[in-house]
Design a protein around this ligand. Structure first.
Ligand SMILES: *[C@@H]1O[C@H](CO)[C@@H](O)[C@H](O)[C@H]1NC(C)=O
Length: 339
């Protein structure tokens, strides 16, 4: 938490405990626990969750497992891994193309678009790719290959893509970066051609500074940029980073999908801004890798993330990274924000 002012920690949490029957009260001083899930534990990292248009089935996508496809009939599970987006890996010609990262799935004009990243830990030789399907079922995905690529020495790193349609109806990819933090560019109408130069939208200049795992979502008159900041992975239970330096989630908002995004205090996210929405608490450790979708059954916007456990025999083990689900209370954020 070295780069944060203490004021950030006194802000209202914008997530609420998810009770499927009713809207729970926002919790001002603590973070809500994730929805309790039925069934066996399912590994999730950098999750993306979307309901299928045709039948409302829940499709969850995860890093690794060749971009694992996990489905459920109810949000509370049980969740079952049924296959992969790219069972043969990605056609992107880079090390790591057999280990797909951070799939981001959205639906536009009858097509499901899965943006994903290819990289290896500690490398800027990274690529963002695209796969498409009309049903999301295993075996129906077509790898459209590379969208964008970076290399050592670039100011940014091509990981953690997420698609938004901007206020003009233009597809916009937000991505990055660990190095150089969060960038955006427009895509062409094919959803694959890079149409504009990368523009930075979030940057934290104070070590430890990695910002990545972003997500942009429109609510009301604003686009909200969520980011994950801090150490995501590879925790040594006997040598944890200083409390607060692990993954946590910040948000800022803008009238435009292109920013500038400012936090609750009016600080630009390009200049260390960001309002804390979720951090370690209770058994939840290093939450992040977030996404959002609107649940057609409850009508709620659901915040989707992964977290490690801090308790028991599975504490800090990445292989036991779990799915976190909470409802978003936009009103508690929107009421007090000034832009
Ligand atoms: C934690 O991960 C390990 C390694 O994948 C696995 O064997 C174990 O079953 C997991 N534990 C739980 C509670 O999911």
């Amino acid at each position: 938490m070295t780069h944060l002012t203490s004021a950030f920690y006194t802000l209202c949490a914008s997530l609420v405990a998810l009770s499927l029957g009713s809207v729970a009260s926002p919790l001002a001083t603590t973070f809500p626990d994730p929805l309790a899930l039925a069934g066996d534990h399912v590994y999730v990292h950098d999750p993306s969750l979307i309901q299928r248009e045709s039948d409302g089935k829940y499709f969850l996508f995860t890093s690794h497992d060749k971009a694992g496809i996990i489905t459920a009939d109810d949000l509370a599970g049980p969740w079952t891994e049924i296959g992969s987006v790219l069972p043969d890996g990605s056609s992107i010609d880079l090390p790591g193309n057999n280990d797909i990262w951070a799939p981001d799935v959205s639906f536009h004009d009858g097509v499901y678009y899965a943006y994903y990243a290819v990289s290896v830990s500690g490398s800027m030789d990274s690529g963002i790719g695209l796969a498409t399907s009309t049903s999301m079922d295993p075996g129906t995905w077509t790898d459209q290959g590379q969208v964008f690529r970076t290399q050592t020495g670039d100011p940014y790193n091509a990981i953690d893509p997420t698609l938004t349609i901007d206020e003009n109806g233009t597809p916009l990819l937000t991505w990055g970066s660990y190095w150089g933090d969060i960038y955006q560019f427009n895509l062409g109408n094919d959803f694959k051609t890079v149409a504009t130069d990368p523009v930075q939208v979030a940057h934290n200049s104070t070590p430890p500074s990695p910002v990545e795992g972003s997500f942009v979502w429109k609510n009301g008159d604003f686009f909200y940029l969520f980011t994950s900041s801090g150490q995501c992975c590879s925790f040594d239970p006997n040598n944890l980073p200083p409390a607060g330096n692990e993954y946590k989630v910040f948000v800022g908002r803008s009238a435009s999908a292109h920013g500038p995004f400012v936090d609750q205090a009016g600080v630009d996210m390009r200049n260390n801004g960001g309002t804390l929405v979720l951090a370690s608490h209770g058994d939840v450790f290093a939450p992040g890798g977030e996404g959002i979708f609107t649940d057609s059954k409850s009508g709620k916007d659901i915040f989707v993330y992964h977290y490690l456990h801090s308790q028991g025999s599975i504490a800090y083990v990445e292989a036991n990274s779990s799915l976190g689900l909470n409802a978003i209370d936009w009103s508690s954020v929107g009421a007090v924000w000034a832009v």
